[in-house]
Design a protein around this ligand. Structure first.
Ligand code: ZN
Ligand code: ZN
Ligand code: FE
Length: 754
């Protein structure tokens, strides 16, 4: 028995939507309610998971013909025990606060017109209507009127104006309304920004360039994308070299669902997600016979897949008829570029052609990334299609600003019972990222007219977000990193009261000034007790160890009092010299530049290095991903671990690592060892849960992007009578902590100890 909560925005009011929901729910014998508010239509239904899935899929498949869903977000929650299904009275009482809509994928009607030779918008790449098109990426201020969007510089032609003013027209008050006569236009530039072609010719030439294996930078909805033929390994490698992105997986855009299905396995829920108005990149299991270039996602059984979501993408992909890599137009991990002049400067060395247009992008919005696991959605990067829709929480919040962490940064503001989480900003490592971070903060505060009572930030003193918060003109509230993870997971799962947070990630600043990351925190937003943690070990070289899993392995071996000789020679790097090893050994022995950590994420690195899977990483989290992918399915046994009786409990990994080395030396395949390693961690989570007496367990932190571990731990917990929770709408990684920071800071203000 579960509760499905759905929030729908779009043309769903006054078109018989609520009676339809009522009929569908009662037909499926689901209990709950539906209501209508200025914020949208909200539905809660309770029943068996399979019936809820059916409800969700039929809701979209059978909805009234006049209705259109612009955004649908759902979460699976604990049941409330409703005893009937009812249409609740409309809730108009609440303050009619403006909802800023995210950018919405092209609707079927606009797509049909686009492809209809008799339509006046035939092949016009910027068509849109009241139901679809750009929103968040073009709005400059509220109210959302054309004059307050980047479309202000385009004067509507008489025909567009007539549609815009006709209440019966699908384009009535469609702020970005435009056509080929009056709207934005396309151009194709060479690598120096000289115009090669315009309008339809630009599109056709761009398609021809892609077919020839060239890299095309496309000005999309929320920024530039770099495209290259995804079947052409040489071309993909060239893109990787130019972008200096060695192995990190690249997303792929497919012409349509039918062609995508030739490359990857798609479940009904995944299909829903791919075709949704949010249209995120969905991680799909790739078919083994797929003709994608190996360099798209080396050694990765998944492929980040996305379908065309703007008219421009639809036209281009139809022209091509084959999948293309579609990755962010940026350098390294800088924020995505939004302006064509800047693009020519920044990504000139990367792209051979620029397919640009003259509709300015007001703010960067990356593609969102999501996956389906445990039969539910998990948003891993929240941006286009989702931002800036609010996360609705149980309590009323004071106006606050939260500035997130360091990696995968997002920021948040609160207003009433809503938290508005910004679009993905990125790692605050470069000047450009920091600039974007400041800009997004100013942007959110002004769009939502929030004057924060305080600014919540991570407790890490060195994070640039922390430094910004401390110099901001608001009282600063430091929030422990893993506490924020726990509060975020609780908030989006609608949980109150004490919950055991299994908060596992790479690293976060701990209360004792060491690097935490394998924490078990019992509590809620108002406070926590650290009831257990991973046995501490040292990371020789600190930051350097994060890039080099073999250093972590040495840190673990040192802590175990084991011989460094147990580390195998690397297959992916030059071996460490005797001198290096001696130096690292001394660093560890003396504790110099070797911070103490309890990181669970780093344990994966240790396994990767000890099994010879990876000794040096080319991107964050790579080694951990490889250990996950290597884990063989169908292995059910595990290694020993120890739980030291102390306060807090200490999860000792030494028996586990000794067994791993033993198995390795006995020739047990790495896939089996990796599976047993995951199984051990899942059982350790269950064991700690048993000792703490908690009944509800939240799995949160970047480690829980690992599907094998998350599913295994979830099922094991359920099997032992616990109620486990995972992230759904908000990323489990640091992209979600701004939400948790808001809740923790609000609780602190309640207690008067901010
Ligand atoms: Zn439309
Ligand atoms: Zn026009
Ligand atoms: Fe974290």
């Amino acid at each position: 028995m579960q509760r499905l909560r759905i929030a729908i925005r779009g043309a769903v009011q006054g078109v018989g939507f609520r009676p339809f929901v009522y009929r569908l729910a009662t037909e499926l014998s689901l209990r709950g309610w539906v209501n209508n508010s200025p914020q949208g239509v909200f539905i809660e239904v309770e029943g068996a998971k399979e019936t809820l899935d059916e409800f969700l899929l039929r809701l979209e498949g059978e909805k009234p013909s006049l209705s259109f869903i612009q955004s649908l977000e759902y979460s699976l929650l604990e049941p409330q025990g409703y005893d009937a299904f009812e249409i609740r009275r409309s809730d108009d009482a609440g303050e009619r606060s403006a909802v800023i809509m995210p950018d919405i994928a092209t609707c079927p009607q606009c797509r049909d017109e686009l492809l209809d030779p008799r339509d006046r918008r035939h092949r016009y790449p910027f068509t849109n209507c009241t139901l679809c098109g750009p929103r968040f990426s073009i709005v400059r201020a509220l109210p959302y009127d054309r004059a307050n969007t980047t479309m202000r510089s385009f004067a509507m032609c008489p025909r567009c104006r007539r549609e815009y003013e006709d209440p019966k027209d699908r384009r009535f008050h469609a702020q970005p309304d435009a056509c080929g006569v009056c709207g934005p236009r396309l151009a194709l530039w060479d690598e120096r920004g000289n115009t090669l072609a315009t309008d339809d010719d630009a599109l056709r030439h761009a398609a021809a360039a892609l077919t020839r294996g060239l890299v095309v930078a496309l000005k999309g909805l929320g920024g530039f994308q770099l495209l290259v033929d995804a079947r052409n390994d040489e071309a993909v490698r060239r893109l990787r070299e130019r972008k200096r992105r060695e192995e990190k997986p690249l997303a792929v855009m497919f012409p349509d669902l039918a062609s995508l299905k030739r490359y990857a396995r798609v479940s009904p829920l995944e299909e829903r997600l791919l075709m949704s108005p949010e249209s995120p990149i969905v991680l799909l299991e790739r078919l083994s016979n797929s003709a994608l270039a190996p360099s798209v996602a080396p050694g990765n059984p998944y492929v980040g897949s996305v379908l065309p979501y703007t008219p421009l993408h639809h036209l281009l992909m139809r022209e091509l008829g084959f999948p293309v890599v579609a990755t962010s137009g940026n350098l390294h991990d800088e924020p995505i570029v939004t302006d064509e002049t800047e693009a020519v400067e920044t990504i000139a060395g990367i792209a051979d052609r620029f397919l640009v247009h003259d509709r300015p992008i007001e703010r960067h919005v990356d593609d969102s990334v999501a996956r389906v696991q445990l039969g539910r959605e998990m948003v891993m990067r929240r941006a286009r299609g989702y931002a800036p829709l609010p996360i609705v929480v149980r309590r009323t919040l004071p106006p606050l600003l939260a500035v997130g962490g360091h990696l995968k940064n997002t920021v948040a503001v609160s207003r009433g019972n809503e938290v508005i989480l910004s679009q993905h900003i990125g790692d605050l490592e470069t000047a450009k990222a920091l600039f974007a971070f400041r800009k997004v903060i100013a942007d959110l505060l002004s769009l939502y007219e929030v004057t924060p009572l305080a600014v919540a930030h991570d407790a890490h003193p060195d994070y640039l977000s922390t430094q910004w918060a401390r110099s901001a003109p608001y009282p600063a509230i430091a929030v422990q990193h893993h506490h924020a993870h726990l509060a975020a997971c609780m908030a989006e799962n609608d949980l109150e009261g004490e919950v055991l947070g299994v908060t596992w990630d790479g690293a976060g600043y701990g209360d004792d000034a060491t690097l935490w990351g394998g924490e078990f925190l019992l509590g809620d937003a108002s406070g926590y007790r650290r009831v257990a943690h991973v046995r501490p070990f040292r990371l020789p070289g600190g930051e350097a160890a994060i890039k080099e899993p073999r250093r972590t392995a040495l840190g673990l071996l040192h802590e175990m009092g084991a011989d460094f000789g147990l580390l195998p020679p690397p297959s992916d790097a030059e071996p460490l010299s005797e001198q290096d090893l001696g130096l690292l050994s001394q660093m560890l022995a003396k504790g110099v530049n070797s911070p103490v950590t309890t990181s669970a994420g780093r344990l994966f690195d240790g396994v990767a290095a000890l099994l010879g899977i990876r000794s040096v990483c080319s991107f964050e989290g790579q080694a951990a991903m490889m250990v996950e992918f290597r884990a063989e399915r169908g292995v059910d046994d595990r290694y020993e671990f120890a739980l030291r009786q102390s306060e807090p409990l200490v999860l000792d990994w030494e028996p586990l690592f000794r067994a791993i080395v033993r198995d390795r030396d006995a020739g047990v395949p790495a896939g089996v060892i990796c599976a047993r390693f995951h199984n051990t961690l899942a059982d350790a989570i269950v064991e700690v849960a048993k000792r703490t007496g908690a009944s509800r367990v939240a799995l949160t932190g970047g480690v829980f992007q690992n599907r094998y571990l998350t599913e295994r731990a979830f099922h094991r917990l359920e099997g032992e009578g616990f109620r486990p929770f995972t992230h759904q709408r908000v990323p489990p990684n640091d992209g979600g902590i701004a939400l948790g920071q808001v809740l923790v800071a609000a609780a602190r203000i309640d207690k008067g100890c901010a």
